[in-house]
Structure formats: C-alpha cells, structure tokens
Design a protein around this ligand. Structure first.
Ligand code: VHF
Length: 369
C-alpha cells in the first residue's frame, strides 16, 4: 500500500502522501533545483543573503520529502570583483570561480545551518557524466549525503574546464544530474520567472517543446549568467523526452518551489513516457554538446526503425569528436532526433561520407527520442 502510494507520487508529483508519514531515503524521489546567477543576485550585482535564506528555508522543508540536488551558479559572480580590470576572459572566469565558490558555499552553509542541515560541495566535470563508472561513483557519494541529511550543492569545476570540455552552462549540468538520478522533476529558476509567449505572458503548461514553442524564444538573456532561454529549452526537451518533468520558474513568493511543483507558478513542461533503461538514459545524457551529426531523410527514417547509422546517410558533421564519444543526431532542419555513441571520430566520418557500408554508430549505441 505504502509502496504504491510513493510510486504514484514519483510519477505525477500530483499526489502528496500524508505529511506525517516518514519516507525512507530511497522512497524520497530526487528533485533537482537549479539557481542561475541572476536569480540569486541583488541589483548591486552581489549574491543576496535574503534570497539564499529563503531558498534554504524552503529546501530544508522539501528535503523531508525529496532527495535534493541543488545546482547553484554564482561562483564567477561572487569572485570577479577580486580580479583587477576583469574582462571576462576564460582564464579570468576560472580564477573568479575558484575565488567565488568558497564564498558562495559559505553563504549556503550559514543559512542551512539554521535548520541543522550540513551542505556538501560537488564540483563536477563533463567526464563525470560521459564515463558511466565515474557517474556511478558520484551517485554512491550522493546516496551517502542523502542518508545523512546533507544537501549537495553542485557547480561546474570551472577552474580546470577548458572550452571543449566545458558544460555549455549550468542548465546542462542540472539536466545531466536530473537524467542521471532519474529525478521526479527538474526546477530551473530564472530571473524572468517562466517561459513567455510573444505577449510576454508566462505559459503555465507546455505539453511538447515543438516548433510553435521554440518560435517564442527570444535571444534575450541576463548579463550575469551564461545560459539563456534557448539553452533551457534544448535541455528541457531532452529531459522531457527521457521522462523527466521540467519547471522553469522564478523565486517569487515565500515557497516558490512548492508553488512551482503544484503548477501555481512558472511553466511546467510535461514529460513523455520513457521506457529507456538506465544505460540508455546515460547514453542520451552523455557529452551531448561535444558535436552533432546531421543526417539526410533516408537515414532519419532508418534511425526511427532502430537501424545503425551509415556514413552514406550523413549530410554534415559539426564539432570535433573522437571515437566513443556521444553526439547529437539532427535531421536536415536541425531538429534533434536523438544521440549516438560514435564508432568513428569526426575526421574519419568526413573521409568516408560517400562510402556505402561504413557504420558511424551501431544501433545498440543510438537512442532516438
Ligand atoms: N559555473 C558558473 C555558472 C555558469 C552558468 O551557467 O551561469 P548561469 O547561466 O547563471 O546559470 C558560476 O558558478 O558562476
């Protein structure tokens, strides 16, 4: 009976079990919350203590019902004033992040300690997701955090991330976390408070991130962070296609995350049914922005029929990737069809574009969304 109720809860998040019922660690679904730089920064460009206090208060409550992963940007913003004549070069950003991360984590430590909740810092790199063994280690450590009521606070390990190996932004990192942990929901907090239509009204519910929805995207983004709405929607689409609910929202009101989960605030993007196994989900989430392969109509059809990808069906190769890496597959209009772990690197594919029987990715290593 109890097990049945929890499963309902995980699937829909519409059904809240008795609040006095104590959930064991594994019964609590995973909830990933991502805070962008702009949303935690005040109008003087400083991380706001009042906002961190409010976030800590609500997460302290939610942590009784969920295993929380808090992905927080703000390291570069917290550290850049220490760099003389900061211009935002990659090296300066790395230095600023290394200075800012402990400042940021001290703030979280201070405000979570009011609820006797310790925080742990997890600085992640792309390799933690693109190598399954590394992700499984990260997973074990996070289980230890949750068993001890510790909140993991995740950010990119900016100091040693060079351009090619960087996450595109923390929206990507949060999405990879949500997919890797098969989260019940991913909440992405932005300063605009949700996804807006062309009249600047927040759309409360999106069933499918289709061309119509993508048509509302403007290229506006805050001057403080890295990720804009295009990146949010790209990752939302990926998470939805793997069965994860995404909510793009803001920090309005006293309980913004609960309001978002109840569908009262922000934009909820509904997940699709997903029968993919954990390895396939990992495959779908690994290294998704290293490169892309554009396929012709014939190859797109073959992929839908779960066949291997042959080089003859490839129209274009983008980015530098090597054998064994995971890349996006796109149709001739640039729509993402899925992902594949490639048997050949970008250069080798380009050399054999016209060859008939050269396999670029084996069917077992392809996930079509
Ligand atoms: N790792 C960087 C975050 C970069 C980033 O994605 O920022 P944002 O677009 O504000 O989420 C930092 O902590 O400043």
């Amino acid at each position: 009976m109890v097990f049945h109720r929890i499963l309902d809860y995980k699937r829909g998040l519409d059904f809240y079990p008795d609040p006095f019922f104590i959930l064991t660690n594994m019964q609590r679904p995973v909830l990933v919350i991502k805070l962008g730089t702009a949303v935690i920064t005040d109008n003087k460009g400083v991380i706001s203590q009042a906002i961190i206090r409010k976030v800590a208060a609500e997460i302290a409550l939610l942590s009784k019902r969920f295993r929380i992963v808090l992905v927080s940007s703000g390291a570069v913003g917290s550290g850049k004033s220490f760099i003389k004549q900061y211009k935002g070069t990659l090296t300066e950003r790395k230095a600023a992040a290394a200075i800012g991360n402990p400042i940021l984590i001290r703030l979280y430590q201070k405000h979570f300690s009011a609820y006797d909740i310790p925080v742990a810092q997890a600085l992640c790199e792309r390799v933690h997701f693109s190598r399954r063994a590394q992700f499984l280690q990260l997973k074990e450590t996070f289980d230890a955090f949750w068993e001890n009521n510790i909140i993991p606070i995740v950010n990119e390990n900016d100091l040693i991330s060079n351009v090619e190996l960087k996450f595109s932004d923390n929206d990507e990192l949060a999405t990879l976390m949500a997919i890797g942990f098969d989260a019940a929901a991913l909440i992405i907090c932005t300063s605009v408070g949700g996804f807006m239509n062309d009249k600047k009204e927040i759309i409360p519910l999106v069933g499918n991130v289709d061309r119509n929805i993508l048509g509302y995207v403007t290229t506006d983004k805050s001057s403080l962070g890295l990720g804009g709405m295009t990146s949010k929607l790209t990752f939302t689409r990926l998470a939805n296609s793997l069965g994860i609910k995404v909510i793009i929202t803001g920090l309005k009101g006293s309980s913004p995350f609960s309001a978002a989960l109840a569908g009262e605030q922000g934009t909820t993007f509904l997940p699709q049914e997903s029968n993919l196994k954990a390895r396939q989900k990992w495959l779908a989430s690994g290294s998704i922005t290293i490169g892309s392969i554009l396929v012709d109509k014939g190859a797109a059809k073959a992929l839908q029929q779960r066949r291997s990808l042959l080089t003859v069906g490839i129209a274009q190769v983008q980015g530098k990737f090597v054998q064994g890496e995971v890349v996006q597959l796109m149709d001739d209009e640039g729509v993402i069809l899925g992902v594949a772990k490639v048997k050949l690197g970008a250069a080798a594919i380009k050399e054999s574009l016209k060859a008939k029987n050269v396999v670029a990715a084996h069917a077992d290593d392809i996930v079509v969304f």
